[in-house]
Design a protein around this ligand. Structure first.
Ligand SMILES: [Zn+2]
Length: 197
């Protein structure tokens, strides 16, 4: 933006710092991250001038000229290794997510009194406290994060809202949008006759 266009409240232009959309470092530091190949693709597409500045043949030659052949090949190997590791990690994370289930359970506590437990949201990077707050507001009821018998955290919402929560996930409401609807399982836990389980 030209400084002439700045409004009175913007008399001092904010410092514009560009960050790489892939690794979030400033582009001149992408090489220290683990995604250089994708960083370069991004930079070439979005900021061709900077790409040329850092990665054109001349720029690379100038840089490599200062390194020995041995150091060059080590640098290239290290980069490849680092990238392979990062890609493998990303793939493992994705696989884990695909295999993770969100279980929404309707639990009968007393005759016609229900609570709904939601387990497994954290696998999809959902903040459980925020999700509990979302459910509490949406259903105007109590919702909290508690530990289940297995010691795992889950959200417990007062009342039978299991169907509504499944719908919220299907519709991708708020922070639930990262949860794939195919990973949601709805179950029911009936109160056993003759007392608590
Ligand atoms: Zn980058």
């Amino acid at each position: 933006m030209a400084s002439e266009e700045a409004g009175p409240s913007q008399a001092i232009a904010p410092l514009q710092v560009l960050y790489c959309a892939v690794c979030s470092f400033p582009p001149e530091y992408c090489e220290f991250g683990s995604h250089l190949t994708r960083c370069k693709e991004w930079l070439q597409k979005e900021h061709t001038d900077l790409y040329d500045k850092y990665y054109s043949d001349e720029a690379l030659q100038a840089k490599m000229g200062m390194l020995s052949v041995e150091a060059q090949s080590k640098l290239e190997k290290d980069t490849a290794k680092k990238e392979a590791k990062a890609e493998a990690k990303a793939e493992a994370t994705m696989k884990k997510k695909m295999a993770s289930q969100v279980t929404i359970k309707r639990i009968e506590r007393n005759k016609r009194k229900y609570v709904t437990s939601i387990h497994g949201l954290e696998a999809f990077d959902v903040d459980l406290k925020k999700a509990a707050k979302l459910f509490a507001q949406k259903f105007a009821t109590g919702a909290s994060v508690t530990k289940n018998l297995q010691g795992q955290e889950e959200i417990v919402v007062q009342g039978d809202v299991s169907g509504d929560i499944v719908e919220m996930i299907e519709e991708g409401v708020g922070i639930l949008k990262s949860v794939p609807k195919d990973n949601v399982v709805e179950v029911e836990e009936k109160k056993k006759k003759g007392g608590d389980a």
